[in-house]
Design a protein around this ligand. Sequence first.
Ligand code: ATP
Ligand code: MG
Length: 348
Amino acid sequence: MPLSKPNITPRQIAFITALLLALPESIFLLWLQHNWQWALLAFTLVFGISYWIIATLLEEFINRKIKLIYKFIHKTKATKKEETYYKYVLPAKTIEQVSQDVEEWANENEKEMQLLRQNEQFRREFLQNLSHEFRTPIFAIQGYVETLLDGAINDAQVNRRYLENASRNIDRLTNLLNDLDQISKLERGELVLARQPFVIQELVKEVFESVGEKAQQQHMQCQIKKDAESPLTVVADKEKIRQVLLNLVENAIKYGKTHGTITASMYRTDGQHVLVEITDDGMGIPEKELSRVFERFYRTEEGRSRDGKGAGLGLAICKHIIEAHGETIHIRSTEQVGTTIGFTLSTK
Ligand SMILES: Nc1ncnc2c1ncn2[C@@H]1O[C@H](COP(=O)(O)OP(=O)(O)OP(=O)(O)O)[C@@H](O)[C@H]1O
Ligand SMILES: [Mg+2]
């Protein structure tokens, strides 16, 4: 609420009070002595002196209170610089300016509070997601181990399969822990990049080879776009970029369609950057969820039902890695048509 009603100034108060003191006193003198010169002199003296005293005291008083407010706002013991500020700059501020400063301060505090509240909500969601992600594989392991202990261990038909299933869930837990470890390192800014020049097409081919079997199971074809085959050298942390590409291609397989195609394309943009895009023709992502897929643990409803094993950390890690390079990552998608995720890399 703006506090901008016209205020009476300390000088006006001093003026009125001095006038109230001087006027009756000089009229009384005039009535007593019938000498208008004496009366005028008395008026001038009383008015002048009381105006000066009242104005000075009042301003002193107000400024002392204002200083207190500013000290409170800045939450500091006054430094040398601030002392100078209080002494010379502050008295020049009008009450209106001070109230504006206080308002700005209040707004800023409100913003800070909102951020704290949001962080609190974020922390709560994070813990909830975390326990959810851990619960599923742990319950599965518990189930297999208990069944084995209850006698299935002697059943040659199932014992090995149960152990393999338990082991797969242990792998899932280990991957989850590795992802979490990495994400917290990235968020603390502890990632040290080992930049080196390499040809991006070669790295993409290596990634395609490493997922070859998974792609074949879905009868998917991985290819580099026809006009993007001439080698482009980029300078980046090759292993980290491999991880980004791997997650993007694995996503394209998981959320793509059988007999679909995954296409990698690379373009030189402005002479200093290369744009790398991974495109699939799969289920796509609803528009309202697009901006959220880079959040940690975020998974779309349909994504979750398609693949029960993901944790929703892959894209969050990709974004961190690309941003640690000082580059950007973005996504375009249309439901039932497909998804393209692109990121830039530097050529120098
Ligand atoms: N190519 C894609 N097509 C459709 N949806 C996608 C695609 N890539 C990502 N998504 C959606 O975004 C979500 C987040 O992706 P992300 O890679 O972060 O997690 P994930 O693949 O589910 O799990 P993780 O990578 O941790 O194993 C996915 O769960 C899915 O809903
Ligand atoms: Mg993923």
